[in-house]
Write a protein of this length. Sequence first.
Length: 150
Amino acid sequence: MQKFDDLDMKILSELCKNANISVPRLSKLLSTNSSVLYSRIKRLYKRNLIQKSTIIVNEPLLGINVKAVVGINRDPKLKEEIHTALLKIFQIISISEVTGRFDILVTISATTLEELHNVVIKQIGKIEGVQNTETFVEMQRTEKERIFTA
């Protein structure tokens, strides 16, 4: 495991809040010289602690109003084929193999409940080797700010 100090963790925490913050603004916020921050941020990328900077899209403005997690039980012999088929479904935004009651959890974004229903029943349910599914529709989400410490 690589070692990261308190300043690295403060930088990481602030960039998680706003990856678009300017280094001069970050410098004032952390009371640290800008040139130090430039080199630290570059080093965090080089050491692969920061893998990419991204944006958060306001999905309801695009008509994406339904989120759900679908638990899937599958035939273990068809693991790769099922994974490949799931990757082809446009509305699936993540696939996780898990322990517990399900073998796979997929996260789905859809415009309507009808679209979600069609994805689960007509696409996922028809993949060879999918034995059963259970859908959990997101009612409300609260994002928690991540704070990192050394």
